[in-house]
Design a protein around this ligand. Structure first.
Ligand SMILES: Cc1ncc(COP(=O)(O)O)c(C=O)c1O
Length: 407
């Protein structure tokens, strides 16, 4: 079907035909190139949202388009009844580049986490007995929207109305080792944490905390799971944030940027742990499909280059400078924090609860940003966004702030 013969659609149709669990903005994007996006009316936007930390190489990166179209002309899908070449190549790359010996492919972050939690329980069921089944996560954490992952996640609002909850899950306070120490025990099979809490407001773990969590896991023979769905694949300035902290997990989950916009997730782990997912214990029809893996392989080849990772740090400093300049003028941020190109600007109390106003005002000025909860404006742009686009987009954001503050 050509574009001309497709049924015209508008934002109003969303409310007619879509389940109302999302509230998308008014404009409908139709084209993206690098860090620029155009809507149905041809208006241009600079994209600092990156599809919520997904579009690691921006939109329609030529190398990803090439990988996807080449794969599309060869093999789309075979299921896990058979292996496929892109899956094997990608798994080899991921294991070469990280602590992991083994990979399980999924299609999203939640599914990668689901696999991690199931593996942690199964591993200890096998090695320590069925009583060692408790999973500890942290308040304000986010691990996805399946029933297991909303129960593990540390935000009650995502569980509300979906109870009964999955059993055997406890929550401690993030960056508070004493609170973890109080509930970790020999019944704990795993502790899961985001090295930087994303949806919870862009809260980086302190070095002391992340090291302390590792030590407590070791003391209680619990597996340490890092959910790097948001921090992974170069966003932190290292390929994975654990490498920056110098603290190695037993299981790591990755998605979002892994496919740069093509749905793919993965769980990485050591060989001795992986053994517990024996044949038939877990699976996914689409997991490891050739299209996603081909795109991801091309993406990893670029993102893992030291120059690209250094670029993340340089670009992050550029973003922060702009935010600091805005703050000198208006004093609206109480904190500007993050890790690499995952940046959060927390609003001062006067603007508490109004982060969405900043997102909307920015959109009016032609720049796409995100929120991370009601008090934090979030930036998760392409890792290769051009410096002049950063300057241009942040000037537009500054204008949006000027207008909001003077309204
Ligand atoms: C840290 C973290 N884990 C898991 C998820 C869930 O990923 P997905 O939406 O791909 O299921 C997210 C999504 O925002 C996330 O930020």
């Amino acid at each position: 079907m050509t574009t001309e013969t497709k049924t015209p659609v508008t934002r109003a149709l969303f409310d007619e035909v879509m389940v109302p669990n999302y509230a998308p903005g008014k404009m409908i994007p139709v084209k993206g190139e690098g860090s620029r996006v155009w809507d149905q009316q041809g208006n241009e936007y600079i994209d600092f949202a990156g599809g919520i930390a997904v579009s690691a190489l921006g939109h329609a990166h030529p190398k990803l388009v090439e990988a996807l179209t080449e794969q599309a002309q060869n093999l789309w899908h075979v299921s896990n009844v058979l292996a496929n070449e892109p899956m094997l190549r990608l798994a080899k790359k991921l294991t070469d580049l990280t602590f992991a010996d083994k990979v399980f492919f999924a299609n999203s972050g939640a599914e990668a986490n689901e696999a991690a939690f199931k593996l942690a329980r199964r591993y200890h069921w096998e090695h320590s007995g069925p009583e060692k089944n408790e999973i500890i996560s942290f308040n304000s954490s986010f691990h996805g929207r399946t029933l297991f992952t909303v129960c593990v996640g540390g935000q009650a609002k995502y569980r509300e109305g979906f109870e009964p909850a999955v059993d055997g899950i406890r929550h401690a306070n993030f960056n508070d080792l004493a609170s973890l120490e109080a509930i970790i025990s020999d019944k704990t099979c795993a502790v899961v944490m985001e090295p930087v809490q994303g949806e919870g407001g862009i809260q980086p773990a302190t070095q002391e905390f992340i090291e302390g969590v590792r030590a407590l896991c070791d003391k209680h023979n619990a597996l340490l799971i890092f959910d790097e769905v948001q921090t992974g694949v170069g966003r932190s300035g290292a390929l994975y944030a654990y490498q920056k902290y110098g603290v190695t997990p037993d299981i790591l989950t990755t998605a979002k940027s892994l496919g740069g916009g093509f749905p793919i997730g993965a769980m990485l782990t050591r060989g001795d742990i992986a053994k517990s997912l024996t044949i038939g214990t877990h699976g996914s029809t689409y997991g490891g499909n050739p299209m996603g893996c081909a795109v991801s392989e091309a993406l990893l080849d670029i993102v893992s280059q030291p120059a690209v990772l250094q670029g993340v740090e340089d670009k992050a400093a550029r973003f922060r400078k702009h935010l600091e300049d805005i703050n000198v003028k208006h004093g609206i941020f109480k904190d500007i924090r993050g890790c690499g190109l995952l940046i959060g600007a927390e609003l001062v109390d006067e603007w508490k609860g109004k982060s969405k106003d900043f997102l909307n005002a920015a959109l009016e000025q032609g720049v796409m940003v995100l929120v991370a909860g009601p008090n934090v404006v979030r930036f998760a742009p392409s890792l290769v966004v051009e410096d002049d686009l950063i300057d241009q987009g942040m000037a537009a954001f500054a204008k949006a702030v000027d207008q909001l503050v003077s309204a």
